[in-house]
Design a protein around this ligand. Structure first.
Ligand code: MLT
Length: 419
């Protein structure tokens, strides 16, 4: 391949995911070669010190800390701090961080006017991405690529603080209810739940199980290295677009059913099985049908080849939340049966098709009273600190503007023949 007066060798590596990974890492070491992994649209070349995942071993770590430890021992705000600033906060740092967040939960009242302009059937993700993007208009200083580190930090705090307010308001718009304003006496998740459902604050203080389960769900979704929405945030941010515009772009990427819609698809599948009489064994058989297979949603993962470490944690959270809330959801039983049958069936074991993080999360949200159309919004709240951390890292590393490589597959030069 000749480009810019130089000759390059273009290596396209075919093969299984494993072979590809090995070959590409060898090729990468040789700077004369261009590697292409169409599945990842060249994000394989992104260097990042934030999240490590090993799909073969089922390992996920944020800044070196295992997801299991973080989900058990930390809060979502501690994990947000870790992802964004690189270290777990000391208790003083956490207190300051929390104080800063609560100072910025309110949004400009004119944003409510924007909200009022949306039809009530507007999808909450469209409302969320618009409101987030509108912050650039309310805080135009965020457009200045040369602003101070303090000013950048203020944008980060603002978006973290206002995200639950926007998310709850996007829901309120859909149900036609008046919005609820933030209650800064409450923790991050309890405040969000109160803005969603407007139960008295005492309810959230007295029963922290739901808020804690939500906190855990957000931790599990907080980052997942380079994926569709995260690389979108990085590439939009690489043009020095504002943080708000970059995050809004990430929300739009996540909105697509292939990325953020998986837990909704799982829930719909469980409902379909329930409506058909709940015979899980029959559906497992149908999933193995070569000619017309039934698509078992929430099984397997593009990255995790053995098991998704997040799934185990979420399964326990589902049990706890449903028990605490006294919810007896037949969909949970169907999900458990599917998992049990599949995991003892050689077909699934050989193919390493294990339930992933999306398999149980919809059931938990449903038990909390969060409607299906809000599931992707919940994912966006969780993924926010990861997006911010990736945007900040890209900026601090002075990365050049993103420009995915293209392999041209069209015509060679064609002489123009006048007819
Ligand atoms: C995620 O958590 O972002 C999803 O599993 C998608 C992915 O990692 O590709």
């Amino acid at each position: 391949l000749s480009y810019g007066g130089k000759d390059y060798t273009l290596a396209v590596v075919e093969g299984t995911e494993n072979e590809k990974a090995v070959d590409i890492s060898k090729l990468r070491a040789d700077s004369g070669l261009i590697t292409i992994d169409p599945g990842f649209k060249n994000t394989g070349s992104t260097k990042s010190a934030i999240t490590f995942l090993d799909g073969e071993e089922g390992i996920l770590r944020y800044r070196g800390y295992s997801i299991e430890d973080l989900a058990e021992k930390s809060t979502f705000l501690e994990v947000s701090y870790l992802l964004i600033y690189g270290e777990l906060p000391t208790s003083d740092e956490l207190e300051i961080f929390q104080k800063k967040i609560t100072t910025h939960t309110l949004v400009h009242e004119d944003i409510k006017t924007i909200l009022d302009g949306f039809p009530s059937n507007a999808h909450p993700m469209g409302v969320l991405s618009s409101l987030v993007c509108s912050l650039t208009a309310f805080y135009p200083g965020a457009l200045d690529p040369n602003r101070s580190a303090e000013a950048v930090d203020l944008s980060i705090i603002r978006i973290l603080a206002k995200m639950p307010t926007f998310a709850a308001w996007a829901y309120k718009n859909q149900v036609g209810h008046p919005v609820n304003y933030p209650d800064n006496e409450l923790d991050y998740c309890s405040n969000f739940l109160k803005m969603m459902f407007a139960l008295p604050a005492e309810r959230y203080k007295a029963n922290p199980v739901v808020a804690r389960a939500l906190d855990q769900l957000l931790i599990l979704h907080a980052d997942h290295e380079q994926n569709c929405s995260t690389s979108t945030v990085r590439i939009v941010g690489s043009s020095q677009a504002s943080l708000y515009a970059s995050i809004s772009a990430g929300i739009n990427a996540l909105w697509g059913p292939l990325h953020g819609g998986a837990n909704q698809a799982v829930l719909e599948m469980l409902e379909e099985i329930q409506e058909a009489g709940g015979d899980t064994a029959k559906f497992i058989d149908k999933a193995k049908d070569k000619n017309d297979p039934f698509r078992l949603m929430g099984f397997g993962h593009r990255v995790y080849k053995n098991f998704d470490p997040r799934a185990k944690i979420i399964k326990k959270a589902a049990d706890d939340v449903l028990e605490q809330l006294g919810v007896d959801d037949p969909l949970l039983d169907i999900a458990k049966q599917l998992e049990e049958i599949a995991l003892s069936d050689p077909y699934f074991v050989e193919k390493k098709l294990y339930p992933n993080v999306d398999f149980y999360s919809g059931i938990i949200y449903r038990a909390m009273g969060i409607p299906t159309e809000m599931f992707t919004v919940m994912f966006a709240i969780g993924r926010l600190p990861g997006w911010i951390a990736q945007w900040k890292e890209m900026r601090e590393n002075n990365e050049p503007i993103g420009r995915p490589r293209q392999v041209y597959t069209g015509y060679n030069h064609r002489p123009y023949v006048e007819s």
